[in-house]
Design a protein around this ligand. Structure first.
Ligand SMILES: C[S@@+](CC[C@H](N)C(=O)[O-])C[C@H]1O[C@@H](n2cnc3c(N)ncnc32)[C@H](O)[C@@H]1O
Length: 443
C-alpha cells in the first residue's frame, strides 16, 4: 500500500477555500501519497455509495469564468489553450484561484515527469535560437528512448519499417501545444513559451470533461473545465464514480474504504503510453494497457495485394498487443499472408476450422516478423536506459553530464515501461506458440 502523510498547510487552506466556494466535502481530504504527489484519502470509514464531494457549477473554472475582453483576444484558440492563457497571463488568476493554484505541481516537477518537456521537441520547435532563455529540453538526438507509441519512431528497427513520427502521441501533443502557443505568443509577444507550457500542462493534467450549455460547437475533446478539489483524485483502472450535470460535479464512493486508504477515480480506459504522455505516470498493473503494432505489420511481411485485401475487408491498421496476446485484427492481417483467399474469408467470419499446420504457419509469421522485432527493440532500449541510470555511472563528471541530459524520473519510468512492453511481448510469444511452430519457416 502507498505511504500516506499529512498534506501541508497549503492543502488545508485549499480545503477551506473550496468550502467557501460551495464545495461539499464529506469524510475525505488531501494527503501526500508516495509516488503520486497529492491524493485523496478517507478520514473516516467510508461506505459504498456515499457522496464524497460535490462541486457546484459556480466553483468550476470554465471559459465563461474568463472576462469577455480577454477571451475576445484569443480568436480561434482551443478551450485548453484559452484556460492556460488565462491562468498564465491574465493577471486575474491571483484574485480568482490563488489558494487553488498554490496546490498544483511546480514546473520543476513537470520537467521531471512530462515527456513533452523531456524531448527538446518544444524548444526546437518554438525557440530554435534559445532566445527565451528556457533551460530545459533535451535534444532529440540525446540517447533516451521513448516507446514507439509515444515517440513515433523505432530506434533500432531495420529501415524497411515505416517511421510514424506524425502519429506518435508526443508529436500530436506538441502540435496541439504549438497551435495554441502560436495564437497566445502573438497576443503576448514578450512572454516565454515555458511559462505558457506550465499552465498548458496544468490544464492538460487536471481538467475534466464538461458540457457547458453554450458549447455545442466545441469539439468533444476540448470540452474541458477545471474542477477544484476533485482534481486531487489520482487515477486507477476503477475507482469512485465521477458524474456531472448542469449543477456541477459529484464524486461517489464505489466501495467501502478504511481510514487512511486512498480513494481514486478513473481518468478513462487509457494505455500506459497515453497515461505517461498525458499525465506523466504509468500504472504498475493496467487493465487497459496495450501497445500498437501497426508499424510492424506492413510491407516487409505482406504484398501490396494483401494490403488492398485488408483495406477492402476493413481490417487495415489498428493492430494491438495486450496481455491477452495480439488482437483479432492482427490475427486477420497475419492470416492474409498465410491463408488462401477462401480460407481467409472464413477465418474473418469465424467459420474456418483451422488446422494445427495452419495455426503454426500464422504463429511463425507473427513470432518472426512481428514479436521478435519488437523484442529486439525493447531489449536494446532497456540496455540503453540501464546505462543512463545515474547510479550506474562511475565518475562524478559522467554523473553530471548524464543527469543534465535526462531527468532521473524519465529514465526510471521508461525502464519500467519498456519492461512492461517486453513482458507483453513474451506473454504473446507464449500465447501464440504452437507445438509445431518451432520447426516451421514462414511461408
Ligand atoms: C488530477 S492530478 C491528481 C493530483 C496530483 N497527484 C497532485 O499532486 O496534485 C493528476 C496527476 O496526478 C498524478 N497521478 C494521478 N494518478 C496517479 C497514479 N496512479 N500514479 C502516479 N501518479 C498519479 C500525475 O502526476 C497526474 O498528472
Amino acid at each position: 500500500m502507498a505511504r500516506v502523510s499529512p498534506p501541508g498547510p497549503e492543502h488545508e487552506q485549499l480545503t477551506r477555500w473550496a468550502r467557501s466556494q460551495g464545495v461539499k466535502i464529506n469524510g475525505v481530504g488531501p494527503a501526500k501519497i508516495s509516488g503520486s504527489g497529492l491524493g485523496i484519502v478517507a478520514q473516516r470509514r467510508i461506505e459504498a455509495g456515499e457522496e464524497l464531494v460535490n462541486v457546484p457549477a459556480s466553483a468550476l473554472l470554465t471559459v465563461n469564468s474568463i472576462p469577455r475582453r480577454f477571451r475576445a483576444l484569443h480568436e480561434g484558440i482551443t478551450v485548453h489553450g484559452l484556460l492556460a492563457s488565462f491562468l498564465a497571463f491574465s493577471g486575474s488568476k491571483k484574485s480568482y484561484c490563488d489558494p487553488w493554484a498554490a496546490t498544483w505541481p511546480s514546473l520543476t516537477e513537470f520537467k521531471e515527469s512530462m515527456p513533452l518537456l523531456w524531448s527538446g521537441k518544444l524548444s526546437q520547435m518554438l525557440d530554435p535560437d534559445g532566445k527565451s532563455g528556457a533551460t530545459h529540453g533535451y535534444h532529440e538526438a540525446s540517447p533516451f528512448i521513448l516507446p514507439p507509441a509515444i515517440g513515433g519512431r523505432w530506434q533500432h528497427m531495420p529501415s524497411l519499417l515505416r517511421v510514424s513520427e506524425d502519429v506518435g502521441l508526443l508529436n500530436q501533443q506538441a502540435r496541439k501545444f504549438g497551435a495554441d502557443w502560436n495564437i497566445v505568443s502573438r497576443i503576448f509577444p514578450d512572454k516565454v513559451w515555458e511559462d505558457y507550457a506550465y499552465y498548458w500542462l496544468i490544464v492538460n493534467t487536471r481538467s475534466f470533461y464538461f458540457e457547458l450549455p453554450d458549447a455545442t460547437n466545441t469539439p468533444q475533446a476540448d470540452r474541458m473545465v477545471m474542477c477544484p478539489f476533485v482534481d486531487y483524485f489520482n487515477h486507477n483502472d476503477h475507482g469512485c464514480d465521477v458524474t456531472f450535470d448542469q449543477g456541477g460535479y459529484t464524486v461517489i464512493s464505489d466501495r467501502a474504504y478504511d481510514v487512511g486508504q486512498e480513494l481514486q477515480t478513473s481518468y478513462g480506459s487509457h494505455s500506459n503510453d497515453v497515461l505517461l504522455c498525458e499525465y506523466g505516470f504509468i500504472l504498475q498493473s493496467n487493465l487497459y494497457d496495450y501497445v500498437p503494432l501497426d508499424d510492424l505489420i506492413g510491407e516487409h511481411m505482406m504484398s501490396s495485394k494483401d494490403t488492398e485485401n485488408l483495406e477492402a475487408a476493413g481490417y487495415l491498421g489498428n493492430y494491438t498487443l495486450s496481455s491477452e496476446g495480439v488482437c483479432f485484427r492482427t490475427q486477420v492481417a497475419i492470416r492474409s499472408v498465410t491463408l488462401n483467399t477462401q480460407d481467409w474469408k472464413k477465418f474473418m467470419a469465424g467459420t474456418f476450422d483451422e488446422t494445427e499446420l495452419s495455426k503454426s504457419q500464422a504463429a511463425a509469421v507473427l513470432q518472426r516478423e512481428v514479436l521478435k522485432l519488437y523484442e529486439k527493440e525493447a531489449e536494446e532500449a532497456l540496455q540503453h536506459l540501464a546505462k543512463e541510470q545515474v547510479h550506474e555511472i562511475s565518475t562524478r563528471a559522467e554523473k553530471r553530464e548524464i543527469a543534465s541530459k535526462i531527468p532521473q524520473y524519465a529514465t526510471e519510468v521508461l525502464l519500467r515501461r519498456w519492461k512492461q512492453i517486453l513482458d507483453l511481448i513474451h506473454q504473446a510469444m507464449k500465447i501464440h506458440d504452437t507445438p509445431y511452430y518451432h520447426g516451421l519457416q514462414p511461408p
